[in-house]
Write a protein of this length. Structure first.
Ligand SMILES: [Mn+2]
Length: 430
């Protein structure tokens, strides 16, 4: 498909100097990308260096053909798009794009997740763009007639982060598509799969689908503009505002820049913090200990719905002068299921610190051999289930003791890495 006139848009979209600069940068990258597309003539002795874009676009082209066939074979059906329990903008926007694509085949999709939209930016995204999504808790799904749906789709996850997937599997619902940018997580029996761990966001993959004609974006259709805006947000947030973006992600952002609504995106990003998030940040500030440019804070008990306050607190702590890495963790309890889990988040500005490695090294594996955290895309996150120690918190002494033990142990494990014995800065004391 042909891109819409790009000249008519950028001017009225530029809201700030930064934005203008970003647009120029994106345009430059887009131009570069166009030039770097494979040329037919290659002089002898000169080898064609495949770029990420050409690799991505040929895979995308092939995948699009496959996906078209699958969608064509499932015309007029009803499908469920299942997101991770706590969907992020990447998942939400990709799901919307999938839904719009599927509509062309008269397939009706419902976008569902089991947990919560806990981050105010996610709530703002869904509210401001009217992004169609529903929370189906484990209770909700029990009351649903699953025979109304002929299949389900996993986007930005492979079923390991959704409580709903085992229920759907048990009901015998077939898995139709998996589209994700996380590493392959085991054997997936899906009719269609497009798993590309070398791109930084699922929104990138979907943008390629759109760009290659799976859905013709039209700037005069408000839903398209909103979906493009959501995809831009997804792409931005999964790539740390493009700072960790690869060439394909930049190319996708450049394409979206022709359709998205910069003011709407700005409104989503300006979403204010709730009082409860502020409270958690306050606790993180009060409890933080700073050593060797690491800021570490345990925030105690948190409600399940507030767990997204943890990464936000880490985002905040890492902005302190002389701090390059922040780790914030808390004990999250889910009253419905009597489950407790320590959830933590690491944020770093230090280029040489790989959050994935760091988390894996700090906490190691559980008894079944699974790491407590890491994995490239949710690199800075970790979860330590409380198991047998869950519950019993009506006894205040027990609750306090339990938190203190975990707090102490997590600090010990982190500090081993923050102050290694062979670190010349801290070795004087040994
Ligand atoms: Mn993602």
């Amino acid at each position: 498909m042909l891109p819409k006139s790009s000249a008519s848009q950028p001017e009225n979209l530029q809201t700030t100097k930064d934005k203008a600069l970003e647009d120029v940068q994106l345009k430059k990258i887009a131009d570069r990308g166009r030039k770097s597309q494979p040329k037919k003539e290659i002089k002898s002795g000169e080898s064609e260096t495949p770029t990420h874009f050409s690799r991505g676009s040929s895979i995308a082209e092939q995948k699009i053909e496959e996906l078209k066939k699958i969608l064509g074979a499932h015309k007029r059906e009803h499908h469920l798009i299942v997101l991770q329990d706590f969907p992020d903008p990447d998942a939400l926007s990709s799901a919307w794009a999938y839904k719009l694509i599927a509509e062309q085949y008269d397939i009706k999709c419902e976008i569902i997740y089991a947990g919560a939209l806990s981050h105010q930016e996610n709530i703002a995204l869904v509210k401001l763009t009217s992004l169609p999504s529903q929370r189906w808790s484990l209770q909700t799904i029990k009351g649903k007639d699953l025979s109304l749906y002929q299949g389900f789709v996993l986007l930005d996850n492979q079923g390991t982060t959704s409580q709903l997937v085992p229920v759907l599997e048990k009901a015998g619902m077939p898995l139709l598509s998996v589209i994700d940018h996380h590493n392959l997580q085991g054997d997936l029996k899906s009719e269609f799969s497009d798993i590309r761990p070398y791109v930084r966001s699922t929104a990138t993959i979907f943008t390629q689908y759109l760009q290659l004609g799976l859905l013709d974006l039209d700037s005069s259709i408000s839903q398209h503009v909103k979906c493009a805006t959501a995809l831009m947000h997804g792409l931005h947030s999964d790539t740390n505002r493009l700072m960790e973006a690869k060439e394909e992600d930049f190319m996708a952002a450049a394409y979206l820049s022709k359709f998205y609504d910069a003011q709407l995106l700005n409104a989503v990003l300006q979403a204010t913090r709730s009082k409860r998030v502020m409270d958690v940040i306050e606790r993180a500030l009060k409890n933080r200990m700073v050593q060797n440019n690491f800021s570490i804070a345990g925030v105690g008990y948190l409600r399940y719905d507030d767990r997204d306050a943890i990464p936000q607190a880490a985002d905040f702590l890492v902005t302190e002068e002389n701090v390059h890495t922040a780790v914030v963790y808390g004990l999250v309890h889910d009253e419905d299921d009597e489950l407790e889990v320590v959830i933590g988040s690491l944020r770093t500005n230090k280029l040489t610190l790989d959050p994935d490695e760091f988390i894996k090294q700090a906490f190691g594996k559980d008894s079944t051999g699974r790491f407590f955290g890491g994995g490239r895309s949710s690199a800075g996150g970790f979860e330590i289930p409380m198991g047998f120690l869950s519950g019993g918190n009506e006894n205040g002494t027990y609750a306090k003791m339990k938190w203190e033990v975990f707090d102490f142990q997590i600090k010990q494990k982190l500090l081993r890495l923050v102050n290694p014995r062979d670190n010349p800065i801290s070795s004087e004391e040994f």
